[in-house]
Structures are given as structure tokens and as C-alpha cells.
Design a protein around this ligand. Structure first.
Ligand SMILES: Cc1ncc(C[n+]2csc(CCOP(=O)(O)OP(=O)(O)O)c2C)c(N)n1
Ligand SMILES: CC(=O)[C@@H](O)[C@H](O)COP(=O)(O)O
Ligand SMILES: [Mg+2]
Length: 635
């Protein structure tokens, strides 16, 4: 292996100066760099190992950043970051102040479009192509999209729009036959057909032929098109959409990738219109453990690359997702009407066991949040009891479906809203900041905010027993470690509880920040209520607390704007109660990536921050801070 080649590449211009023969050793070095780097920081692993050659080839052939390159999801952009001047900063990946795990426009001119929520790339690249045309600029637009991301309706909406243009747009389908978990649905079956032995072998031959002969450009392009259209894969779905379909080709073979992309570049320049390149890669390529188990290696924490991921000796506290998974199985045992739905997040949502035990009642619908919610509505119409497990940030995609299809028809759908609040390393794209605000304004919808694991389990039961839509929101990771109940007991609907009696100030906590409020309240001698429901609000409790205290503090891991604190303010205003209220929660700016505890502290939402902010605002109403005892050393 050539030593130190990677360190000579600070920009794709450096890459383009390399002779073709050096690209293979460069790819090997780059892959090894990613293995070592992600093992130290954690991050998306198997997808990045699969796109090393594709990244090199695209930057080698196209004129980035002048040509616009849009990565779908963007979790596979580590090679891209490394080759575009960010190699040294990979050690800071996904940490506070460090590189994002996704493309971000403010991070580099090579990140043409910010992504992380999937299936946006074709729309964005098309927008760029149309803009270039409108401005009279000659540039190409390239979208790289995975087979998982391709299942979303939005990707097809974009193909539908793009296919009637004549613009220089290239869509590269990076088909590794995996989403986070094994892929699902009819499109996956179709792609598998395209990759079936006969077609794939023939396509590889085409790649080699293109390499070995060098006829004049137009003739080459014509023959290439002929091969792709007529001889290799006749009339694919993508051709019906108006694209010129090319492939499938081996996405780890630079000798197939580069001449193919070269030819496509010429087709784009010759006005041949939108092109669709089907590339076949392997998730985890080059790291045996990840190749064998791409699911576990999708987004691991730190690990020793020589050993791989080792399960902890002691089982850690169950995460909220696991508590949900347990509840789902327990409730499925009790109620045969229960149906579990995930939009492609089986592992993250804690549904692996449910899938194994209740395969007929488990539905992974692919990356299709809108469909997931309306599908649930249809099930509910027929008397089933659907539970949609969905990350708070991804429910944003299905807002109209939640309103128009579920709430308006008052259907009993349970939304198990995972990753509500700060998520940490994934950052602002995945932060579950808005669900309380955007759900509590929807008629018929209720929103529960469990404070710990016990309550999460119980409130899911309450939600399931209601005859209208209810969202139960809980954060990423584990809570305080409260036990999972042994029976399916519900908590009362719309009722909170008093947790600490103090004086002067009452803190109304919504969700898991309750325990930090209790800590802060010890020093403040404040009252603390565990509100449990952002909607319906426990009106009686709020009014009692308002009557018995000089001031109120609301606390939530969600946006202050429109959040649960706003609900309290609305109630006070409706009752004509004038009371000072401090609203603590997520501010009106996006929360960056980083360690969740550090982020909470930075936002003044850890125990010390809560205490400090209450003192700043209501200092005269709370217990004085004990004076510092200065202990002088004996003389
Ligand atoms: C709207 C949305 N839903 C779900 C996700 C979570 N998610 C991230 S990557 C991924 C799988 C993507 O599969 P694919 O596009 O094939 O890429 P691969 O992981 O195979 O490289 C999913 C479901 C997301 N990022 N955005
Ligand atoms: C890229 C993406 O959307 C997912 O891979 C996400 O990073 C998973 O997050 P969790 O680790 O919270 O499941
Ligand atoms: Mg994939």
C-alpha cells in the first residue's frame, strides 16, 4: 500500500491530479482511516465503508464544488469530508464544537446541501439544476441516494418532476441492499431483480468494454446508451420516469466506476437529460465484522477496531426505547388488536423482540413516515389498535397525516414518540424539540410526558386505553433507572402529581427533567410538580400551585415557544390569573451536536442551571444559598 497518499489530499483538486493507478491504494488508505477514526469517535460506520470508492470516483470525475453534489441522509459522507479538507478534524466528529456527522452548508463549500432526514437529495439537486439553467450557468447536479432512502415517496415525487426535464442531473442509487435493518417492500424486490446474476454480470462486462475501447465521444455515448437501455436492462422503472438508466455496476470497482461516470458526464454535457446510475455496494465493505453485521455497525459508539464491538459485561439500564419494546410485547399479549408500525427504525425504536414474537402484527413500512401514520389511521378505522413508533424529529414529516388522517377523524392511534428532546451526537437535524408545540394545538390529540421508565410504561398503557390519538414522548437513552412495572396498570389520564412541597416558587416539570428539578429544588426549597401531561393539562393542579406560590417555573425538554410552559401561560391567562412565570426549555435556536449532558448544562437545563436561572429571576422568593464556608489550613 502506498504510504501517506491520503495526507497529500487536502482538496478534490489534489485528488484529480493523481494518476488513476493511485486511486486504488488511496481508497484502501481512506477506508483504513475511517475505521480508525470512527472507532475512536463513534459514528456511522458501515455506510461510510461502503461509499469510499464512490466518493473518490465522483470527486475525481466531476468538478466539485462547482458541480453540486447532494448526499441523501448524509450519514455516509465521512470519505467526502476527509477528501474535502476536513481530515484533521475527523477526531472531533459529532462532538460539541466539532464536525457534524452530516453535510452542513456552513461547514464546507463542498456540502452543497444539508441533509440527515432522508430522501431529499433528488429534489434538492433538481432545484440546483433548475437554478443553474435559469441563471445560465453550466454546472451538473448529482444526487447520491441509498436504496433505503429511495423507498420514500419524496424521492419518487422528485423523479417524477425531474424526468420531464432535459437538465444535467445525475441520480446515483447506492444500492447496498440494506436500510438500517434489512430492506423492505416491493421496490427492494425490484432492485434485487435488477441486480440478479444475468443483468449484473452483463453490466460488469459493459464497464470493462467501455474501458478497453476508446471510440470518439459521441459514438461511445451512443453505444453506452444502447447498452444501458437496450441490451443490459430493458425498460427499467427509472426509464419510465424519464431517466436514462445505467447499471447496475460494482461500486467498489474503480475501473468500472470512473469510466462510467466519465461517460455519464459527457452525456450530461451533451444535453442527454437526466441520468440514473445504479451502483451496487456492500455496507461495511472492508471490515469483516461490519460486513457480517451491518446493523450493529450502522452507528456504533467507540470500539477497539482490532476487537470490534463488545457487549458490556453488565447489562446497562434499559433505555426508554427498550421500555417501550417491553410494553409493546406485554400489551400485544393482552390485546390481539395491537399492531406495531415502524418507518424503518426497528432497532432504534426497540422493536426487535416484537418483530420476532409477533411477526404478523409488525409492519416496517420503509422510510415512509407519512404512509406509516395514514396506514395506522386505516387500521384504526377497522377496529385495530395501531401503535406508531416514531422518532419525534421524523414525525415532523407526517404532520398533516397526524392532523388530517388521525386527529380529525379522532382515531385511536398511539404515537410512541422516541428521541423527544436532545439527542446528542446527531445534532439539530434529529433533536426532538417541537413535538409538544406542534401536537398540543391539534384537537383530539393528547400528549404525555413520562418522567421515568415506570411512568413511560404506565402512560403507554393509559394512551392505549383511550379512544382518541395520544402521543407519549420519551427521550433517547436511559433515564434514572426506575423499574419497569410487572403489570399493565394505567396512570390517570390528564393528571399530574405533587413531588415536593416547598415555598415561594413552584416548578412544573414536564418529562424527564423532573429529576433535575427535584435536585435544584432542594437548594431552592421550591415546590415541584410532575405534570405528566402537556395535554390535557392538569388544570386543577396548575391552579392550586398558582394560588399557593408567588411564582411558577415551567420546565420541559422541548421548545419553549409553543411548548408545555406556553400551555400553562394560556391557562393562567384564560383564568385571569396574573403570576410571574419563568419558562425553561429549549430556546429559539437549533441545538448543536454534542454530549447530551454537556448540552443540557450549556442550555442551563441541568440542576445547577435550573437553580441558577430560578435564583436570577426569583431570588427573593427562594431559599438563600448557604454562604460558602472557607476552611483555612491550620497555621
Ligand atoms: C426521514 C427519515 N427517516 C428515517 C431516517 C433514519 N435513517 C437514517 S439512515 C437510514 C437507512 C438509510 O438506508 P440507505 O439509504 O439505504 O442508506 P445505507 O444506510 O444503506 O447506507 C434510516 C432509516 C432518516 N434519516 N430520515
Ligand atoms: C442517520 C440516521 O438518521 C440514523 O442513523 C440516526 O443517526 C440514528 O439515531 P439513533 O442512534 O438515535 O438511533
Ligand atoms: Mg442502503
Amino acid at each position: 500500500m502506498t504510504q501517506g497518499l491520503l495526507h497529500t489530499i487536502d482538496d478534490p483538486a489534489d485528488l484529480r491530479r493523481l494518476p488513476r493507478a493511485q486511486l486504488r491504494p488511496l481508497a484502501d488508505e481512506l477506508r483504513e482511516f475511517i475505521v480508525q477514526s470512527v472507532a475512536r469517535t463513534g459514528g456511522h460506520f458501515s455506510s461510510n465503508l461502503g461509499t469510499v470508492e464512490l466518493t473518490i470516483a465522483v470527486h475525481y470525475v466531476f468538478d466539485t464544488p462547482h458541480d453540486r453534489l447532494v448526499w441523501d441522509v448524509g450519514h455516509q459522507t465521512y470519505a467526502h469530508k476527509i477528501l474535502t479538507g476536513r481530515r484533521e478534524r475527523m477526531a472531533t466528529l459529532r462532538q460539541l464544537g466539532g464536525l457534524s456527522g452530516f453535510p452542513v452548508r456552513s461547514e464546507s463549500e463542498y456540502d452543497a446541501f444539508g441533509t440527515a432526514h432522508s430522501s431529499t437529495s433528488i429534489s434538492a439537486a433538481l432545484g440546483m439544476a433548475v437554478a443553474a439553467h435559469a441563471k445560465g450557468e453550466r454546472r451538473r447536479a448529482i444526487a447520491i441516494i441509498g436504496d433505503g432512502a429511495m423507498t420514500a415517496g419524496m424521492a419518487f415525487e422528485a423523479l417524477n418532476n425531474a424526468g420531464v426535464t432535459k437538465l444535467p442531473l445525475l441520480v446515483i442509487l447506492n444500492d447496498n441492499d440494506m436500510s438500517i435493518s434489512p430492506p423492505v417492500g416491493a421496490l427492494n424486490r425490484y432492485l434485487a431483480q435488477l441486480m440478479s446474476g444475468r443483468f449484473y454480470a452483463a453490466a460488469k462486462q459493459v464497464g470493462k468494454q467501455v474501458l478497453s475501447v476508446a471510440p470518439p465521444l459521441l459514438e461511445l455515448a451512443r453505444r453506452f446508451e444502447e447498452h444501458a437501455k437496450g441490451m443490459v436492462v430493458p425498460a427499467t422503472l427509472f426509464e419510465k420516469f424519464g431517466f436514462n438508466y445505467i447499471g447496475p455496476i460494482d461500486g467498489h470497482d474503480l475501473d468500472a466506476l470512473i469510466p462510467t461516470l466519465d461517460n455519464i458526464r459527457r452525456l450530461l454535457d451533451d444535453g442527454a437529460g437526466p441520468q440514473f446510475l445504479h451502483v451496487v455496494t456492500k455496507k461495511g465493505q472492508g471490515y469483516k465484522l461490519a460486513e457480517a453485521d451491518p446493523v450493529t455497525y450502522h452507528g456504533p459508539g467507540k470500539f477497539d477496531p482490532k476487537v470490534g464491538i463488545v457487549p458490556p459485561a453488565q447489562p446497562p439500564k434499559p433505555t426508554f426505547s427498550q421500555v417501550f419494546g417491553r410494553w409493546l410485547c406485554d400489551m400485544a399479549e393482552r390485546d390481539r388488536r395491537l399492531v406495531g408500525i415502524t418507518p424503518a427504525m426497528r432497532e432504534g425504536s426497540g422493536m426487535v423482540e416484537f418483530h420476532q414474537r409477533f411477526p404478523d402484527r409488525y409492519h416496517d413500512v420503509g422510510i415512509a413516515e407519512q404512509h406509516a401514520v395514514t396506514f395506522a389511521a386505516g387500521l384504526a378505522c377497522e377496529g385495530m389498535k395501531p401503535v406508531v413508533a416514531i422518532y419525534s424529529t421524523f414525525l415532523q414529516r407526517a404532520y398533516d397525516q397526524a392532523i388530517h388522517d388521525v386527529a380529525l377523524q379522532n382515531l385511536p392511534v398511539v404515537f410512541a414518540l422516541d428521541r423527544a428532546g436532545i439527542v446528542g451526537a446527531d445534532g439539530p437535524t434529529h433533536c426532538g424539540a417541537y413535538d409538544i408545540a406542534f401536537l398540543r394545538c391539534v384537537p383530539n390529540m393528547a400528549v404525555a410526558c413520562p418522567a421515568d421508565e415506570t411512568e413511560c410504561y404506565q402512560l403507554l398503557t393509559t394512551a392505549f386505553e383511550r379512544d382518541h390519538p395520544v402521543a407519549v414522548r420519551y427521550p433517547r437513552g436511559a433515564g434514572i433507572g426506575a423499574p419497569i412495572p410487572s403489570g399493565l396498570q394505567a396512570l390517570p389520564y390528564g393528571r399530574g402529581q405533587l413531588r415536593r412541597q416547598g415555598r415561594g416558587v413552584a416548578i412544573l416539570a414536564f418529562g424527564t427533567l423532573l429529576y433535575l428539578a427535584l435536585e435544584a429544588a432542594e437548594a431552592l426549597d421550591a415546590t415541584v410538580a410532575n405534570m405528566r401531561w402537556a395535554k390535557p393539562l392538569d388544570r386543577e393542579l396548575v391552579l392550586e400551585l398558582a394560588a399557593a406560590h408567588e411564582a411558577l417555573v415551567t420546565l420541559e425538554e422541548g421548545s419553549v415557544a409553543g411548548g408545555a410552559g406556553s400551555a400553562v401561560m394560556e391557562l393562567l391567562a384564560a383564568e385571569g390569573i396574573v403570576k410571574p412565570v419563568l419558562q425553561l426549555g429549549l430556546p429559539d435556536r437549533f441545538v448543536e451536536h454534542g454530549d447530551p449532558a454537556a448540552l443540557l448544562a450549556r442550555l442551563g437545563l441541568d440542576a445547577a442551571g435550573i437553580e441558577r436561572r430560578v435564583r436570577e429571576r426569583f431570588g427573593a422568593l427562594v431559599a438563600a444559598r448557604p454562604a460558602l464556608q472557607v476552611v483555612r489550613p491550620a497555621a
